[in-house]
Design a protein around this ligand. Structure first.
Ligand SMILES: Cc1cc2nc3c(=O)[nH]c(=O)nc-3n(C[C@H](O)[C@H](O)[C@H](O)COP(=O)(O)OP(=O)(O)OC[C@H]3O[C@@H](n4cnc5c(N)ncnc54)[C@H](O)[C@@H]3O)c2cc1C
Length: 463
């Protein structure tokens, strides 16, 4: 990724707002800027935009939406902000986190209206760290379905989307003002596009093994589960521009990916009462904390894997997710009458596993707390037959990146915003702080949709 320092920029085309990357962040930003009547152009390296957004469950947390109101759920930005801060241990920029929490409802409702996204609130279980039900998803609970609404909406709005257009160079003047970009086509051809404002929505650096090793050593051996386009382009341009980078160690891991099938097993399987054991048939961590920090715990077990165990009640909740239904269809989820059957299916020591399950049952019956600090409840008591899946830990996406002010303007090293550069989604610093355990479920799409909305409006105003 290059940076061209020039006084003037000869371009083949020009636009007011230029958006790099057509995932949830870029599409939300483009729809927002366009709705202000500002000329907007999207550039996407792939021939068909999918991004990590398509790989995700597409669940966007938002507080105080009309969808929540319809269900009688009482929520607001301040409550959401408090949940974000509690999860990251107050290790993020509070002003940005508050702004994102506050804009979340407006952003989700904007997409529902402008892109006809049929959002509904996920019911049945509360994600760890959220004090109320506030995850909004499409009927199938998939990011591909979310993209299936965002992309046609940009088409209806006649926002030009140029695909197979990989941005390789930013051009900036001496004052750090972005003049335009250079795009490389699959045949090696190059084109230059000038702009009044640039929004980087081209993802994080999860697909860049060297950067992961340098910034998130605990995930060096982890399966990367996100989109290959997350090569760290935004971070590289930020370095060249002298922009401020923050929380580069922050990330979303996941401690429950069916192995070797590579399918996400919803964390509801754990938060509703399920457990994980290692090859010795014993538990190794508090599964109720969060799926992100659990990735490293699973990877630290022999073979880097664990067996997730739950029951039919929990599977009933999990089946609202297409991923879980796919995992069942592919035979990743095994049914076992008792501890002996699980032990035989996964080559675990039967005595140790029986003891683990008996201990968990006793804790559930009396609502007890275990040595890891997890509290079990009678409501969540596991009932045979069990369901069990072999899982591993994965890196889903990085949460560190270009630091921005609350208006999504990229900050320089001196904490002053660069003149016309904005960042959203994986390209920008999230609100999870510098550790995996700071990731509150949904922080990824919150940064994409929330910052995308803010960046689109601010860039539109700037242009
Ligand atoms: C399996 C999985 C499940 C997840 N589930 C959730 C969830 O339920 N809720 C949640 O909040 N988050 C979730 N996440 C995280 C979430 O998917 C991401 O945080 C979010 O999609 C990021 O959006 P984005 O627009 O920044 O990136 P993307 O959707 O990846 O879009 C970035 C786009 O930029 C393009 N691009 C990159 N470089 C260039 C370049 N140089 N020129 C042109 N184009 C470029 C890429 O090709 C890509 O299309 C999940 C992630 C994974 C992997």
């Amino acid at each position: 990724m290059n940076l061209l320092r020039v006084g003037e920029f000869d371009a083949d085309a020009e636009t007011d707002v230029l958006v790099v990357g057509a995932g949830a962040a870029g599409l939300t930003a483009a729809l927002s800027a366009h709705a202000m009547g500002v000329e907007t152009l999207l550039l996407e390296r792939d021939d068909t935009p999918t991004g990590s957004t398509s790989l995700s469950s597409g669940l966007v947390p938002a507080a105080g939406t009309r969808f929540q109101h319809a269900l009688g759920i009482d929520d607001d930005g301040e409550t959401f902000f408090a949940d974000i801060i509690a999860k990251n241990g107050d290790q993020t920029d509070a002003a940005r986190a508050r702004r994102l929490a506050e804009v979340s409802a407006e952003a989700v409702e904007f997409l529902a209206d402008a892109a006809d996204v049929p959002f509904s609130v996920v019911e049945g279980f509360t994600y760890p760290g959220h004090s109320v039900l506030r995850m909004h998803g499409t009927p199938q609970r998939t990011g591909a379905e979310l993209m299936g609404h965002l992309l046609p909406a940009t088409e209806r709005a006649a926002i030009p989307l140029v695909t197979s257009a990989c941005v390789v160079t930013l051009a900036a003047n001496g004052a750090g003002r972005i003049l335009g970009v250079e795009v490389e086509r699959p045949d090696g051809g190059r084109e230059r596009i000038a702009c009044q404002a640039l929004i980087l929505a081209c993802g994080g650096f999860g697909a860049n093994a060297g950067r992961v090793r340098a910034h998130i050593p605990s995930m060096t051996e982890a399966l990367y589960f996100g989109h290959p386009g997350h090569r760290g382009d935004a971070v590289a341009w930020g370095e060249a521009l002298g922009a401020r980078l923050a929380d580069l160690a922050g990330h979303q891991g996941h401690g429950s990916v069916a192995h070797p099938h590579g399918i996400l097993i919803t964390w509801a399987a754990m938060s509703e009462g399920g457990i994980q054991v290692n090859h010795d048939g014993i538990r190794f961590a508090d599964e109720s904390h969060g799926y992100s920090e659990h990735a490293a715990a699973v990877l630290a077990q022999p073979g880097g894997e664990a067996i997730a165990i739950f029951d039919a009640r929990i599977a009933g909740i999990a089946r609202q997710f297409e991923d879980f239904r796919n995992a069942e269809a592919l035979g990743a989820v095994r049914v076992a009458a008792d501890a002996a059957a699980i032990a035989s299916l996964f080559a675990l020591p039967e005595a140790a596993l029986s003891e683990t399950l008996a201990e968990v049952d006793a804790l559930a019956v009396r609502g007890g707390r275990d040595a890891f600090g997890r509290t079990f409840s009678p409501r969540q008591r596991l009932t045979p037959p069990y369901l069990a899946v072999r899982v591993t830990g994965a890196l889903f996406h990085t949460q560190g990146g270009l630091d921005t002010d609350p208006d999504a303007r990229v900050l320089g090293a001196d904490l002053r915003p660069l003149p016309n550069l904005f960042a959203a989604g994986g390209a920008a610093r999230g609100v999870s702080g510098p550790h995996a355990d700071g990731y509150l479920s949904g922080n990824g799409l919150l940064s994409a949709v929330g910052l995308g909305r803010i960046a689109g409006l601010a860039a539109g105003k700037r242009a």
